[in-house]
Design a protein around this ligand. Structure first.
Ligand SMILES: [Zn+2]
Length: 270
């Protein structure tokens, strides 16, 4: 389904995990972000892009290597692929195997080929730019959730593609490093200062349209990480930290994975 649309931007929302796929059209190109998750959803996005693109080139941005964000890449074989530099060093088989396990569990058949694409443009540093005509993309490294995440800012539209950060439905899922995660969140103020952001689109959940909403999400995420670490250090109750979030039964599992990860990172005994 379509979560948000204006004349330039379409945010598709998957039936699963409120995962977003964004299509942005400018005079110069069509930008597709993380096309996902179910086959019918990927096909809907591909058909939409085919219908609007005309002779414009397609740029496919993959925000990070988690399987749910990579699963639809095979539907856009003609696209120029942009991903984080570390995206390249993943073991493709490991990620594709997670898609196959998911598809087998739910008896899902895919018409579009399942591939782990090679990045044509690798994002290596904060502020890296890619210009396509009058369309300017600025990238930032976004590590912490994984080691290969990126943020993308599309100008002049003022779109901030945030990957799996700054969600309104998920607290931080820390798979790589809490220190890096905090550093990534701390980039929020610089990005808001450097660009005129009109819409932030997270990988899961709803788009944010104001500075206040973006900063609120940043602070909630920081609060979750610092409070959880503090609770673990002092052996205090911590499950109430996820009380503000919906989908408790699903998210509790993710919270417990964070606890395990942080205990290891902080060298605490279980
Ligand atoms: Zn995700």
């Amino acid at each position: 389904m379509i979560q948000y649309q204006n004349d330039r931007i379409t945010v598709f929302e998957s039936q699963l995990y409120k995962t977003t796929s964004t299509v942005i059209q400018t005079e110069d190109c069509v930008i597709v972000v993380d096309p996902c998750i179910l086959p019918s959803e990927v096909e809907e996005i591909r058909d939409y892009v085919t219908g609007i693109r005309g002779s414009r080139p397609v740029c496919l941005i993959l925000t990070h290597s988690d399987w749910d964000h990579v699963v639809g890449a095979g539907a856009f074989p003609e696209a120029t692929v942009v991903a984080g530099a570390a995206f390249q060093s993943k073991n493709p088989e490991e990620i594709l195997e997670q898609v196959r396990a998911f598809d087998d569990e739910y008896y899902i058949d895919r018409k579009t080929p399942l591939i782990y694409p090679k990045a044509d443009v690798a994002v290596e540093k904060d502020g890296q730019r890619l210009e396509i005509g009058h369309t300017a993309l600025t990238f930032y490294l976004a590590k912490g959730h994984t080691d290969d995440g990126i943020f993308a800012v599309v100008e002049p539209l003022g779109v901030w593609i945030a990957g799996d950060y700054l969600s309104d439905v998920e607290f931080p899922f820390i798979y790589y490093s809490s220190k890096d995660y905090i550093e990534t969140l701390e980039k929020t103020d610089a990005i808001l200062a450097n660009h005129r952001i009109r819409i932030l689109i997270p990988g899961h959940g709803h788009a944010a349209f104001s500075r206040e909403e973006i900063l609120k999400r940043k602070n909630e995420s920081l609060h979750y990480i610092t409070s959880l670490k503090e609770a673990l250090r002092s052996n205090k109750e911590h499950e109430l930290l996820i009380a503000p979030y919906s989908y408790q039964r699903g998210l509790l599992k993710c919270h417990r994975e964070n606890v395990q990860f942080l205990r290891k990172e902080m060298e605490l005994r279980a």
